[in-house]
Design a protein around this ligand. Sequence first.
Ligand code: CXF
Ligand code: ZN
Length: 374
Amino acid sequence: MTDSATTREITAAVVREKGSFELAPVLLDAPRDDEVLVRIVATGLCHTDLVVRDQVYPVPLPVVLGHEGAGVVESVGAAVEKVAPGDHVAVSFLPCGRCRPCFDGSPASCANFNAINFAGQRPDGSHALRSATGDGTLHDRFFGQSSFATHAVTSERNTVKVRADAPLDLLGPLGCGIQTGAGTVLRALEVGAGATFAVMGAGAVGLSAVMAARVTGATTVVAVDVLPARLELATELGATHVVNGREKDAVDEIRRITGGGVDFALDTTGLPALIGQMVEALRQRGTGAVLGASRADAVIGLPANAFMQSCKTLMGVVEGDSVPDVFVPQLLDLHLQGRFPFDRLVRFYDFDRIDEAAADAASGAAVKPVLRIG
Ligand code: CXF
Ligand code: ZN
C-alpha cells in the first residue's frame, strides 16, 4: 500500500539482473527518526558499484547501488540534529557506531562494515525503497544510501554537511574513492615531508593518493599503471616518476628511482601479484597498504622469512581510515585552495547514460564518472 503523505515515486537505476542497470520508477518511504531524505544532485560511480552489479560481491538483487552521492537535504527525521533541510551534503559509508573500532574513532574499520553496507536492507531487515509495481522486494541501503536515484534516504551518521559555496555536483566521490586514496596517504600511512612513495594503479583512488602525497611534501612520488594516459595525468597531478608496468619491471624501476625502495606504498588494484610487487618495492622497514577490492578467492603470498627480516609493515585500509565528517570538509578546503584538484579526475554523464559511464570506467576511458541526476 502507498501512503502518499510519506511515500513518493522517484527514479532509480535498478540492477535486476547481474551486469546491467535499468532506470525505473520506484517508491521511497519518508526518513525514519534518525534518517535524512536527500535530493541527489550527482553520484560518482566507483569500481565497487561495478563489482556488485556483476555480483563479484554478492549483494541480493534487485538492488539500487550508488555510494558516492551528493545533494541537498529535503527533510530530516525527528531525532536528526547534524543537518537540516537545505543543507548541502556528501554521503559516505555507514559505520555501526557501536563496535570497538567505531568506539576507537576509526569508523572505516567498523567490524560490521559488510553487514551494514552490503546487506541491501536496514539492520532490522526493512527497506526505504519498494518496487513501484508491487512485484517484490527491492534491496537498498547500499553504503547506507543507494544514491543511483533522484532521492535517497540516508542515515544521520553517514551524511556529511559540506560548504554551500562548493560545486555540489563534484563532491560525491569525496565520500568514497577520493577519500580512500587521500586518506590512506594522509591518515593511515601518514606519509610525511621528504618521504618517498609509490602507488600501484593510477585510477581515481591512486591519483587521489598521488595528489595527497604531493600535499604532504613527499619528494618522490612514483605512479605505476599500464595506461599511458593515466601516467600522463599522474605526472600532471604531481607524480615525480611514472612506470608503465607493461613495459618495465615496476620493482626494479622503483628501486632504481629511490636507491633501494620506497618508504611508503599502496596498492589500489587488489591483484595479489601487484600487492606482492608493492611489498617488494618497499625499503627495509617500509610500510605498504592494501586497499583495493579483490576477488573473494584472492590470497596474498609472501616469502615469510624474507618478509620478517625486511621488518616491513603491511596494513589493510578501508576508505582511507576516514572520519568523513572531519576528512571530507578538509579535502574540500584543500581543493578550493587549488592544492587537491580532484576535479581533474571527473567526467560527467547524464543519469540515463549510466551504462556508458560504467563502460568508460571499466575500459579506463573515464577516471571518475559522475552521474548528474538532479
Ligand atoms: C570498498 C572496497 C571493498 C571493501 C569495502 C570498501 N571501498 C569502496 O568502494
Ligand atoms: Zn567506493
